[in-house]
Design a binder for this molecule. Sequence first.
Ligand code: ARG
Length: 277
Amino acid sequence: MSTTLTTRRFLTHAAALAAALVLAACGKQEPPPAPAAPAAAPAAAPAPAPAKVYTVGTDAAYAPFELQNEKGEIVGFSVDLLNAVAAKGGFQVKYVNTPWEGIFNALQQGDRDLLISSITITDERKQTMDFSAPYFDAVQLIAVKDGSKVAKFDDLKTLKVGVQTGTTGDDVVTKLQGKNSTLVKRFESTPLALKELEAGGVDAVVADNGVVINYVANNTAAKFRTVSDSAFAPEQYGIAVKKGNAELLDKINKGLADVRADGTYQQVYAKYFGATK
Ligand code: ARG
């Protein structure tokens, strides 16, 4: 190695060190600049920063939106949609099965960067998290046994009703029966509530229409019937991020707008729900 080069390298390092000292003296929080590349290799392109992979929380017991396949992979409408959104929005995602009961807390704590879990956008939830533009329309639907006399939501006032804890289904039934009702039976997942209906432990289940319809169609032996009621307010699903995470929310919303504009949304919708939207 030539003396000139060694000297030059020394000078480069000395300059970097001086810069770091100045920054430190200013009390700045920035880390010191990385040591300058050896002067002998000026043409080397800087390595691209590894793309951040966002951790997605989803309660994967909610077919056909989010579920685990035989291999334990998280799949469904929400996954196909978010994968397409991420590709357009220029970010990467990895899915982590996250029980509904702790899902909002996981976002709040920073254990998850975003949530896609058929989450209804509500004013109450908007206080503690930010939502993307709506991506799916939903409404509550009642499931009962074939022989049941239930014809409308109001008929559930004095019946045992199964719901998933902390969902909008829980909200509407709790409102109908009163906060202290002992007839609301809360389950940690919607399929568990529907199993209990099959077993005869509850008289009805109230949950999101898409999930109830899917369950009834795939469990014909359970002999369920569904009851809709215009008393149920329309709901819309949104992707949730931690309050104030505008950077990620912008990417999500951009991706959502793009997949709607280029027909990908409609394709994914058709894959799971037949008709196009
Ligand atoms: N849409 C309903 C809500 O936001 C139920 C969502 C439940 N989602 C799930 N993956 N378990 O309350």
